[in-house]
Design a protein around this ligand. Structure first.
Ligand code: CA
Ligand code: CA
Ligand code: CA
Ligand code: CA
Length: 628
């Protein structure tokens, strides 16, 4: 009976060519004896790995051949002798342990092999203002970029160790047990950091499930060179975040398919990148849309990892994963700053970068270790590198900050009309160019600053922290939209900057509000900063003004007492240098006079006190505290 049902089911499928399955998000076609998954209008021939979301791993293992599984409960399962492809799909569909089913396929790396070789140059560097950005930073090795690609030839002397004493490949020091630094099999065969990958000293090959992440195809090496080829080392080319004859940003090589990216392992590689501390995930590939990859992208996003992805090369709509709203999708322009004829565009396009005749690294096994190539594949890594530069000057940027900065600083180039567009809040946008041509210098400058404008802090506690500079007020030039910044009574706002805080006209703190501003380094876990550093707050920019309730307040009256209530030591914080501090009882009796901003109040009787301070310029500042 069951057998007859199955045959009928398969007949139905063959006639309608579409699986009537409820656990799958994909559109599937059957043509000429092959099954295709359709993503963004492109057809991919499915391979022999099915990804499923499961609820019970043991039950899954009992029934199926599990190749790998991950922490998001996705497993890749392979056909076994017990099943045909069709019978397995039907079995999965009726299995209560299975929550979702995805087909997998090999996609493509987004390169175009040019049929002629133009003059060798790094024209893209000036177009994206990389030279100016390098006056601020050339990349910090604490920033890690996972390059999910065809593998990276880390033997290359302009990327790996070569003849230099440094390299721009991330080396996992807990697995630094290779007796020969160029031979992956020379490790101790122990997963020393217990991350599930044995001897993963230089990335991982998810295709071969091995620690040799080099691959055999040039694509990933070429992409990695654009980001992190060693700059100023007298050899080859300059990477955008390639250091200055010293370490630039660190590249983690992850191979996700030798000649074609395999959708079955891309989700696992994304999760590994997140788990192993990547700050940026770089994709220059297109593949089928699977639940497993969408959820892995979501996981990376929730963990604060930016994902940059090439838009694809079909002169059509964005391919996947570029079409996923959580990724920053990058298209390509040519040397005239016009959209490259092949560059995919439209909805979800973020920015563009040069992608025609880009010069970068080739495999060391080739006759020439450098070559020219074109494709959105080589535009996206420029944005990944710029994000790495931004994180080099400010590791505290959120992924929302990163997207805002990349998009709002883009250059409005070409004969295109950029206009205000629904769902595109970070400036004017064009269907073919996104927000425009990415600008490394402007982006790195912005990464150092936080602009606050048209903001009202109504209640609760809010901290804006660890930008080198914070600007607040209506005269902040780079912020949109324009308007006052008001700290309302009952709210508690703290600004912490590592260099300067600029309180511009339009910044108001109302009576009854608490406002703290500190200049401090992130490693200091104390709320009080040294008095000398605090004076860097840019009070000369702060004209006095009145708020709407006529409560006059000088913005340079940054004067606060902490902790409040106090038990032992009371810290007095002030933007201005103080010449004296006097503590009074509520009835006006002075009980202590000092110049020390750390005051021992442990002997004071419990109750409320007034602290009055005189600045060196003669201003009087006053606040209350409670001794408990
Ligand atoms: Ca390991
Ligand atoms: Ca090891
Ligand atoms: Ca070089
Ligand atoms: Ca998988």
């Amino acid at each position: 009976m069951k057998r007859i049902y199955l045959i009928l089911f398969l007949l139905t499928y063959n006639i309608c060519h579409i699986f009537p399955l409820s656990k799958m998000n994909q559109k599937v076609l059957s043509k000429d004896g092959n099954l295709f998954v359709v993503t963004n209008g492109r057809e991919y021939i499915v391979n022999d790995i099915i990804s499923v979301k499961f609820s019970d791993l043991n039950k899954l293992n009992e029934k199926y051949k599990v190749v790998r599984y991950n922490i998001l409960n996705y497993a890749d399962i392979k056909l076994s002798d017990n099943y045909t492809f069709d019978s397995m799909i039907i079995d999965l569909e009726t299995d209560k342990n299975i929550l979702s089913i995805d087909y997998n396929a090999y996609g493509e790396y987004n390169s175009i092999i040019p049929n002629d070789s133009c003059s060798v140059s790094l024209w893209h560097l000036s177009v994206i203002n990389a030279y100016d950005a390098w006056t601020i930073t050339t990349g910090n090795p604490n920033v890690k970029i996972a390059v999910l690609d065809s593998g990276i030839d880390w033997i290359h002397p302009d990327l790996g160790i070569g003849n230099d004493t440094y390299q721009n490949i991330f080396c996992n020091q807990i697995e630094n047990d290779w007796t020969n630094q160029n031979i992956p099999t020379s490790g101790n065969h122990i997963d020393d950091d217990a991350n599930g990958y044995i001897d993963d000293f230089k990335g991982w090959n998810f295709d071969a499930n091995s620690n040799d992440s080099r691959g055999v195809y040039y694509h990933g090496t070429f992409v990695a060179g654009i980001i992190g080829a060693k700059t100023n080392n007298h050899v080859g080319i300059a990477g955008i975040a390639g250091g200055n004859h010293d370490n630039g940003a660190a590249i983690i090589p992850y191979c996700v398919g030798l000649y074609y990216p395999n959708s079955a392992i891309i989700d696992d590689a994304i999760i590994a990148a997140v788990e192993n501390g990547a700050n940026v995930i770089q994709f220059s590939l297109s593949c089928v849309n699977t639940n497993a990859i969408v959820d892995a992208i979501q996981y990376a996003t929730e963990n604060g990892v930016s994902i940059i992805c090439a838009s694809g090369n079909e002169n059509s709509v964005l391919s996947f994963p570029a079409s996923n709203p959580n990724v920053i999708a990058v298209g390509a322009v040519d040397s005239t700053k016009s959209r490259a004829y092949f560059s995919n565009y439209g909805n979800n396009l973020s920015v563009v970068a040069p992608g025609v005749d880009i010069f970068s690294l080739n495999l060391t096994t080739s006759t020439d270790m450098y070559k020219l190539d074109s494709g959105t594949s080589f535009a996206a890594p420029q944005v990944s590198a710029i994000v790495a530069l931004m994180l080099s000057v400010n590791p505290y940027l959120s992924i929302n900050d990163i997207r805002l900065i990349i998009e709002s600083t883009a250059q409005k180039v070409g004969s295109y009309t950029y206009s205000t567009t629904s769902g595109r809040p970070n400036g004017t946008w064009n269907n073919e160019m996104g927000y425009g041509l990415v600008d490394a210098y402007a982006a790195v400058q912005e990464a150092q600053r936080r602009h606050i404008q048209n903001t009202t802090y109504v209640s609760g506690t809010s901290i804006v922290e660890y930008y080198p500079e914070i600007f607040a007020g209506y005269s902040v030039t780079n912020a949109v939209p324009y308007g006052n910044v008001v700290v309302k009574s009952g709210s508690n706002i703290t600004f912490k900057a590592t260099d300067k805080i600029h309180l511009k006209p339009g910044f108001h703190v109302e009576r009854g509000a608490t406002f703290h501003a500190y200049i401090e380094q992130p490693q200091a876990n104390t709320m009080s900063a040294p008095a000398l550093m605090r004076r860097n707050i840019n009070s000369e920019e702060n004209p006095p003004h009145q708020d709407s309730n006529n409560n006059k307040l000088e913005t340079n009256e940054i004067f606060s007492l902490s902790p409040n209530p106090a038990t032992n030591v009371l810290n007095v914080e002030s933007a201005e240098e103080l010449s004296s501090i006097t503590i009074y009882t509520l009835s006006g009796q002075p009980v202590l006079q000092t110049t020390d901003t750390e005051i021992n109040v442990s002997a004071f009787p419990a109750g409320m006190y007034i602290v009055r301070a005189i600045t060196t310029t003669g201003e009087q500042l006053q606040s209350k505290f409670i001794k408990q």
